[in-house]
Design a protein around this ligand. Structure first.
Ligand SMILES: [Zn+2]
Length: 223
């Protein structure tokens, strides 16, 4: 009888575990500011596909393009080639369907909540050298708040947002935010992306993840 009770308890906890595990957002690092976000149902790619290896930034394998899920959403911060490839994007949309969003149709982008359940995205116009239209984004998905800086080094926007779970910021913003100015950014975790050969960034601590390894996976379990 006791054994049976124990077994029942174990089985129940295994089932709960399985259930809990399926409720997560995963964020996979592809390269530069290229990320794949998924809740297991919808797939969102940010700043990908870009021009592989452009300006000595990260290359990616062709398999990344082949592995893109059907009917995905593609969101771009701006159109510099290390973030966006017109040719590759056209090819992917033709082969796999889906739709792309960016600075050219912010209103459409901000109404993505009509397509993706429990999702909201807010766009912030931010500055970036040699780009007149650059946006950073705050994504709220299943209650998790993810901020994508893109290429900007300017911190006015990010310091004005509260209660973020993960901030993605480029290497040059780290210098601006933590080394030169010691700003307080209200985020649990920080991922540093778009680390180039010339970016000698050294920042450590449990709250920082340096995205140097392509394919790195971040998990955000939600209730
Ligand atoms: Zn860039």
């Amino acid at each position: 009888m006791i054994n049976q009770l124990i077994w029942t308890a174990i089985l129940v906890s295994i089932q709960n575990l399985g259930h809990a595990q399926s409720k997560e957002i995963t964020i996979r690092f592809i390269g530069n500011c290229g990320l794949q976000l998924s809740d297991g149902i919808s797939n969102i790619y940010t700043d990908f596909p870009y021009v592989s290896g452009f300006n000595q930034y990260m290359e990616y394998k062709d398999s990344e393009l082949i592995d893109i899920k059907d009917s995905s959403i593609f969101i771009f911060t701006h159109k510099h080639p290390d973030h966006y490839s017109k040719k590759r994007m056209k090819q992917v949309l033709k082969e796999k369907g889906g739709s792309k969003y960016g600075s050219w149709d912010i209103a459409q982008l901000e109404s993505l909540n009509k397509i993706i359940p429990n999702f909201r995205i807010q766009a912030f116009k931010t500055q970036h050298f040699l780009s007149r239209k650059h946006y950073s984004y705050l994504i709220e998905w299943h209650g998790k708040r993810i901020f994508l800086s893109g290429d900007t080094k300017h911190t006015e926007t990010i310091v004005s947002i509260n209660n973020i779970d993960w901030v993605f910021m480029p290497a040059w913003m780290v210098r601006e935010a933590f080394m030169d100015n010691k700003l307080k950014i209200d985020s649990k975790m920080f991922a540093v992306y778009h680390i180039g050969l010339k970016d000698d960034i050294r920042i450590s601590g449990e709250r920082f993840l340096m995205l140097k390894k392509q394919g790195e996976l971040i998990s955000l379990p939600y209730d």
